[in-house]
Design a protein around this ligand. Structure first.
Ligand code: NIG
Ligand code: FE
Length: 424
């Protein structure tokens, strides 16, 4: 299939974009892409590719931007229930961590998730994944973390493997058994840390080999935060995970700076995420590392707070910046990367081009898949979007409506209508 006549084809070619290099879109005007099976075969101008491949079935993208599918590298999209009542409580003045300390927040979703059978978890999660896909996300990282006990955490992983198999959205799982201290360990956070290190992580390692043979190991993540896991507990969990061969991630500096970013850099984590209260020393460490800084602007927005990731400082330091939704029932129930871009432009002064690169090639690097997805280059997986606009700056500029006309996942075309999709 030859997609042709794109007013702007954004290739994002050339790998992850560090510091102020961010925003290199690699635009080809009147662009074309040749796809065969699940792969991109050739990229160029319409004239070039039509001359080289005259017999190919055609897909006309005139008047449209064609770009790589969004990669959402940080979500908690598998959960049961909702927290609408807490949203109201927070607006009336209760703080997020106060609600958690009182046994609500994450722990209220844990209660709903523990009692939900796998069929119900899948049924509640599927429409969220379909909305993500319809808004242009072609690969999403998804964290467990609403089980906080071995059986439920593994049930969440099992559900994720099944949902990934079902498609069309491709899922990259992360084990977040260290999302909160479960009620059984309320007075013994070190006891739960021991359980994670000595029992849960080794069981996960074995379970993965039987249930997902041949698949790359999931990431292991920790919520390094006041009232969750302190720096020492986070270090123990992540070090143990690394020794077992798992790639790492961390939630750091969402509410307080505990030093989680420097820990992530030291342990060569794939990413450090949230980064609101990040110190200058931590930013300098990021700038010298391969650890991607994942900013989640929906979270302060969702919490009605006004402080965001110091993105400009991270770029000044030479850091690799990515964007994600953080889609979760507590702080940020939003499935759309387009909305994330719009927020990032306004709250962190990213240009649309920078936001697009942060949401594609750099986001792919945050889940260590930049060799396969995140750009339009020969040899890569055919994950593309056809937008209903002719100028890429409409991403960021516009918000609250869906600009995606078609999503192409592994070479298959899905049309988007009224926020949902159907097979073409
Ligand atoms: O990234 N901070 C921890 N985890 C989520 C919130 C999860 C929840 O509140 O359910 C976050 O914001
Ligand atoms: Fe998160």
């Amino acid at each position: 299939m030859l997609i042709h006549s794109a007013s702007q084809l954004l290739t994002l070619a050339g790998g992850p974009q560090r510091g102020h290099d961010l925003g290199r879109l690699g635009i080809i005007e009147n662009g074309a892409v040749l796809i065969r099976g699940e792969k991109i075969i050739a990229v160029g101008t319409t004239d070039e590719l039509r001359a080289r491949y005259p017999k190919e079935p055609l897909l006309d993208a005139s008047g449209c931007v064609v770009m790589p599918g969004f990669v959402d590298p940080h979500t908690h999209v598998i959960w049961a229930g909702d927290r609408a009542a807490e949203f109201e409580m927070r607006l009336e003045g209760k703080h997020y961590l106060e609600i958690l300390a009182a046994g609500g927040g994450i722990l209220s979703t844990v209660r709903a998730t523990r009692t939900a059978p796998i069929e119900s978890l899948i049924a509640q999660t599927r429409p969220r994944l379909l909305r993500m896909f319809a808004h242009g996300t072609t690969t999403a990282e998804v964290k467990t973390g609403y089980g906080l006990q071995t059986a439920t955490e593994l049930r969440l992983l099992k559900a994720l493997l099944l949902l990934d198999e079902e498609g069309p959205l491709e899922l990259v799982p992360t084990f977040l058994g260290a999302h909160a201290i479960p009620p059984e360990f309320r007075d013994d956070p070190n006891g739960y840390t021991d359980l994670l290190c000595e029992t849960m992580l080794p069981i996960l390692r074995q379970w993965w080999e039987t249930h997902a043979p041949g698949r790359p190991l999931p990431f292991v993540d920790v919520f390094c935060e006041k009232d969750a896991f302190d720096l020492e507990q986070s270090r123990r969990i992540l070090t143990r995970a690394r020794d077992l061969g798992f790639p790492l991630k961390i939630h750091a500096d969402e509410f307080e700076n505990l030093g989680g970013v420097s820990l992530a850099v030291e342990l060569d984590a794939a990413s450090a995420d949230h980064l609101v209260k990040t110190s200058d020393a931590d930013i300098a460490a990021l700038g010298r590392s391969e650890t991607v800084a994942v900013s989640l602007p929906c979270t302060p927005f969702g919490l009605a707070e006004c402080e965001y990731t110091p993105a400009q400082k991270i770029l000044d330091a030479g850091g690799i910046l990515a964007l994600a939704t953080d889609c979760n029932p507590g702080t940020a129930w939003n499935e759309s990367m387009q909305f994330v871009l719009a927020l990032a432009c306004r709250t962190m002064k990213l240009t649309p081009a920078q936001a697009i690169a942060a949401a594609t090639i750099n986001a792919a690097h945050a889940i260590r898949r930049a060799d396969r997805i995140g750009s339009i280059e020969a040899g890569k997986q055919a994950d593309l979007l056809i937008l209903s606009v002719s100028d890429y700056r409409h991403l960021g500029y516009r918000f609250g409506t869906n600009l995606v006309r078609q999503v192409i996942k592994r070479g298959r075309v899905y049309s988007v209508e009224m926020g949902y999709y159907r097979t073409a």
